[in-house]
Design a binder for this molecule. Structure first.
Ligand SMILES: Cc1ncc(COP(=O)(O)O)c(C=O)c1O
Length: 491
C-alpha cells in the first residue's frame, strides 16, 4: 500500500531530524520511484487522496508534488491525473555490453535528478535548432591576431589565476558597453567576469540563497537555469509567463522567493517582453521579501523591430537586481566568457567567493577580448551579425505565413535568434516536433520547456545558424508539416 510505504519512509526521515514535512514527502516519493516501488507510468493518487491518507495538509502535499513535477519525476496529463515519468533512472543491473550502468546508489539524489531531467543534446547543427548562433560569421583571423599579440606580451602574472573579478580592462569595457547600450548604471568594479551565465547563476545561488530556499522560475523556463538551481539545492517554484512576461499572483507569494530568475527583455523561450507594470511588480516583490532578482539578458544585442527594451537593472532603485550577460551568442559559446553585474554592497563578497570557488583564469583570452571590444570590433561584429540575422528572420517569418492562416501565431520574433510559433492548446506539440524531426529538421516543442503548466503549446524555432539559402529551402518544408497538422485537426 503506497501510503504505508510513504509513512514508513517519512517516519525514518523525520527521525534524522531537520527536514520539513513537504521535503520528507518529496524524498519518500522520490525514493519509491527510484527503487521501483512505484513503476514508470503508474498513476499517483490525487493530492486530495494523499492529503487524507497521510494526514498532511494539502499545501504540504502540493508542495512535494510540485517539486517532483518541476524536476521531471512526475508528469501531469490534462484531465487524467499525475503519473510517474516513463524515463526515470532505475536501480540498474549490468548491461548486455558488460559495462556497468550507473547505479542509482552511485549518484547522490541530486546527481540522479540532474543526470535525467532537462538533459541538453550535444550541439545539433540544424537549420532551425534554437539557441545556435552563426559561428561562421566570427572574425577568426582578427581574433587569432589579437590572441597572438597578448600571448607575445604575456608577462608571468597573466599566466596566474585571473585577478579577482576578472581582467580590469575587460571589466571596464563591459561596463562601458552596458552603460551605453543597456542603460545599466554601474561602475566597472561591479562587473565580475565569469565563465558564462551558468557560472554566474551558480555563484548567485551559492552566495545569495541557502539550501532549501525558494527560487522563482519562469514557466516555461530556460533549462540551463533550472539545472543550475537544482544543482545548488534550491527549491524551485514555477511562475507562469503570459504576454507581459512573468506573472506572479498572490498565490505565488505563499512560496516567498529568495531568488527570482527572469529573462525580461525576451522571455526564454516564449519571447514575451516584460511590461513596465510587471517590472515594477517584480521589484516590489523583491523588496517585500528581501529577495534578489537575477536578470538574464541573453540576447538583447539582437533587436530587430519595436522600441529598444531597457534593462530591469536600469529601473532598480533598491539595488536588488543582478544583471547577467554572456558572450556566447554574440561571439561564440566555446569562448566561455560572460559577466555578472552585482550591486555595490555585494562586490567584495562576490569577488572573493568567485576567486575561492572557481579559481578563474584565461587572462590572455580576457585581454584579447578587452581589446576586441575597445577597438570597436565587437560593435562591428555585432552590426554585421545583426544584419545577417535580420534577413534570416524575415525569410523564416515569410515561410511561416501559411501556418498563421491555420490558427498559429508568432511570438517573440522582435528580438534574438529564435521565435515561438504558438499553436492551439489541443495540438500535441511534441508529436509535431517529432514529425518535423522525421523530415530531418530540429525544432523544439514549447511544452518541453514547461515546468508545471499544461496549457502552452508551440514550437521554438531558431534562425541563427542556418544560411539564407537553407532557410529559403527548408522553411517551406517546415511550414508544410505544420499546416498539414493544423488542417488535419480542423477538417
Ligand atoms: C536564456 C539563456 N541564458 C543564457 C544563455 C547563455 O549561457 P552561457 O553563457 O552559459 O553560454 C543562453 C544560451 O543559450 C540562454 O538561452
Amino acid at each position: 500500500m503506497l501510503s504505508e510505504l510513504l509513512l514508513t519512509e517519512m517516519t525514518a526521515l523525520n527521525q534524522q531530524g531537520g527536514m520539513p514535512l513537504h521535503r520528507q514527502l518529496y524524498e519518500a516519493l522520490r525514493r519509491a520511484m527510484l527503487d521501483n516501488k512505484i513503476s514508470a507510468g503508474d498513476r499517483l493518487p490525487s493530492s486530495r487522496e494523499l492529503t487524507q491518507d497521510l494526514q498532511l495538509s494539502r499545501n504540504t502535499v502540493v508542495a512535494a508534488l510540485n517539486q517532483l513535477s518541476v524536476e521531471g519525476y512526475l508528469v501531469s496529463r490534462v484531465g487524467s491525473g499525475t503519473y510517474v515519468n516513463d524515463n526515470l533512472p532505475r536501480t540498474q543491473t549490468r548491461s548486455a555490453s558488460g559495462h556497468a550502468n550507473t547505479h542509482s546508489s552511485d549518484l547522490s539524489q541530486r546527481g540522479s535528478a540532474l543526470s535525467t531531467t532537462f538533459c541538453a543534446t550535444q550541439l545539433e547543427i540544424q537549420p532551425f535548432a534554437p539557441g545556435i548562433a552563426d559561428f561562421s560569421a566570427f572574425p577568426v583571423a582578427l581574433w587569432q591576431r589579437l590572441q597572438n599579440k597578448h600571448w607575445r606580451m604575456t608577462y608571468p602574472e597573466m599566466l596566474d589565476y585571473s585577478y579577482s573579478g576578472g581582467y580590469a580592462p575587460l571589466r571596464r569595457a563591459v561596463a562601458e558597453y552596458l552603460r551605453v547600450f543597456r542603460s545599466v548604471p554601474l561602475d566597472s568594479d561591479q562587473v565580475i567576469i565569469t565563465s558564462g551565465t551558468q557560472q554566474s547563476l551558480e555563484l548567485c545561488a551559492q552566495l545569495l540563497a541557502d539550501h532549501g530556499d525558494t527560487v522563482w522560475l519562469e514557466d516555461p523556463a530556460y533549462w540551463g537555469a533550472v539545472k543550475a538551481f537544482m544543482a545548488t539545492g534550491l527549491q524551485t517554484h514555477a511562475v507562469p509567463v503570459d504576454g507581459q512576461g512573468m506573472a506572479p499572483t498572490s498565490a505565488d507569494q505563499r512560496a516567498p522567493p529568495r531568488l527570482i530568475y527572469t529573462t525580461p527583455s525576451h522571455q526564454y523561450p516564449t519571447g514575451a517582453v516584460m511590461s513596465l507594470a510587471r517590472r515594477q511588480q517584480l521589484l516590489d516583490i523583491a523588496r517585500t521579501h528581501q529577495a534578489w532578482i537575477l536578470e538574464d539578458d541573453y540576447d538583447s544585442e539582437f533587436r530587430f523591430s519595436g522600441p529598444p527594451i531597457s534593462s530591469l537593472a536600469g529601473l532598480d532603485q533598491e539595488q536588488r537586481v543582478l544583471y547577467l550577460g554572456s558572450f556566447s551568442k554574440v561571439l561564440y559559446p566555446g569562448l566561455k566568457l560572460g559577466y555578472l553585474v552585482v550591486p555595490k554592497r555585494l562586490v567584495s563578497a562576490f569577488k572573493q567567493a568567485h576567486y575561492d570557488l572557481n579559481r578563474p583564469g584565461q587572462m590572455p583570452l580576457q585581454a584579447a577580448l578587452a581589446e576586441f571590444i575597445e577597438m570597436g570590433h565587437f560593435s562591428s561584429a555585432l552590426r554585421r551579425a545583426r544584419a545577417g540575422y535580420a534577413q534570416r528572420r524575415q525569410c523564416l517569418l515569410e515561410a511561416l505565413q501559411p501556418c498563421l492562416a491555420e490558427g498559429a501565431r508568432i511570438t517573440g520574433a522582435e528580438q534574438g535568434l529564435h521565435l515561438c510559433l504558438r499553436l492551439p492548446d489541443s495540438v500535441d506539440d511534441k508529436a509535431l516536433a517529432q514529425a518535423i524531426a522525421d523530415k530531418g529538421l530540429t525544432v523544439r516543442a514549447l511544452s518541453a520547456y514547461c515546468l508545471q503548466r499544461q496549457d502552452a503549446r508551440g514550437l521554438v524555432i531558431g534562425y541563427g545558424y542556418a544560411a539564407m539559402a537553407d532557410i529559403a529551402h527548408w522553411g517551406p518544408v517546415l511550414a508544410r508539416v505544420i499546416t498539414l497538422e493544423l488542417r488535419g485537426r480542423t477538417s
